[in-house]
Write a protein that binds this ligand. Structure first.
Ligand code: ATP
Ligand code: MG
Ligand code: FE
Length: 347
């Protein structure tokens, strides 16, 4: 099906158009620059930016795909999770569009979208597969039986962070190092030093932790350890070797993420591992996962970095999967759900 997808859960206004697994357009307008001086996303500013960007982005997507709105088969939209005031802009726009065109509307899960986007690059997903979802607000290991959430166990969360998300850790550590927001890409580029220079803690990896938290993550202790290390250096009048601190912090994050992702593959018998979410764009994470997946005989599926961060195409392709799986359109009074669990693909 020819599906138009709308994304507005955080600070990116995205409109994507797909035909099944074929990507026709993926236009994104980001308000990230407006939030930079606040060191994080300001919800009111994001909502207003979505309102202003929605129609121009929609028009650009249609032009890019060379598609007339009347040709599309369905409209898909992020129904959650995310910032309430940001989500409602996309949901309202999608409802208006679906109603005006007389086309079905599908409210879908943003996190499942981060996983589904890989279909645009690597085609049908061999299942069951393990997905490592690493974004600004979430970090979890998922067992995916069916990305549309219908067959088998659908999407099951094997574990998740018990405090900060991986992207959040990058953003907070960047801030304490005096680097701009968003910190992920900046630390990725700054991490040119020795990853073994400083032994930062690997959260929830002791034998005891693993008994209860085998597939869970924790990054707040790591963030505190980096803060302490930097404070001590400054107190002693020493310089802070940014390249080494960034590389050592990044290694601690990527080591745990990749070790637990491969442990989840081993435990579930999945031979395919997929990554999604903004942090999946990280160079070191991709390299370390590739190395360890290869050693374990697991096929790694990594969407190109541009598809890892928020966009409309991931919502469109998830909508197309849901339609192919026979999913029912959402009710006309579809609302946004800021706390939508990842197991609920279609609202
Ligand atoms: P969620 O999907 O959980 O609702 P979100 O949509 O805000 O949250 P994404 O847009 O998927 O999150 O990802 C944004 C996060 O990804 C930010 O924390 C950002 O710092 C991080 N990020 C982006 N690029 C990189 C990179 N190259 N390395 C590490 N982190 C990165
Ligand atoms: Mg963003
Ligand atoms: Fe996201």
């Amino acid at each position: 099906p020819l599906v138009l997808g709308i994304e507005s859960s955080c600070d990116e206004t995205g409109v994507g158009i797909v035909r099944g697994h074929e990507l026709l357009a993926n236009e994104v307008a980001s308000s990230v620059d407006l939030h930079a001086r606040f060191g994080g996303v300001v919800p009111e500013i994001a909502s207003r930016a979505h309102l202003e960007a929605m129609l121009p982005t929609l028009e650009r997507a249609c032009a890019k795909a060379d598609v007339d709105l009347t040709e599309i088969d369905a409209v898909a939209v992020t129904a959650g999770p995310g910032l309430m005031g940001a989500l409602v802009v996309g949901v309202a726009a999608a409802k208006a569009l679906a109603f005006a065109l007389g086309k079905p509307l599908y409210g879908v899960n943003h996190l499942a979208g981060h996983v589904a986007v890989d279909l645009l690059e690597h085609g049908p997903l061999p299942t069951p597969c393990v997905a490592l979802l690493v974004s600004g607000g979430h970090t979890s290991l998922l067992l995916v039986d069916d990305i549309a959430g219908v067959r088998g166990r659908g999407i099951v969360e094997l574990g998740a962070t018990i405090d900060d998300a991986a992207g959040e850790a990058y953003d907070k550590v960047a801030r304490l190092l005096g680097l701009p927001y968003p910190g992920g890409p900046v630390i990725d580029r700054a991490a040119t030093g020795d990853p073994r220079a400083i032994a930062f803690p690997r959260g929830l990896t002791t034998r005891r932790d693993l008994e209860k938290h085998r597939f869970d993550f924790s990054f707040s202790g790591l963030k505190t350890a980096v803060a302490r290390w930097v404070e001590t250096r400054e107190r002693d009048g020493l310089d802070v070797p940014l390249a080494d601190v960034a590389a050592s912090f990044q290694e601690a994050v990527c080591d745990v993420l990749s070790a637990k992702a491969l442990a989840a593959c081993a435990a579930t018998g999945a031979t395919n591992l997929l990554i999604g979410g903004g942090v999946a764009a990280n160079g070191r994470l991709r390299a370390l996962l590739a190395e360890r997946a290869d050693a374990a005989g697991v096929t790694l599926r990594t969407p190109r970095p541009g598809l890892c961060t928020d966009n409309g195409a991931m919502i469109a392709v998830l909508g197309a999967e849901v339609i192919d799986a026979g999913g029912r359109p959402s009710a006309p009074d579809l609302g946004a759900d800021s706390g939508l669990p990842v197991s609920r693909v279609l609202v």
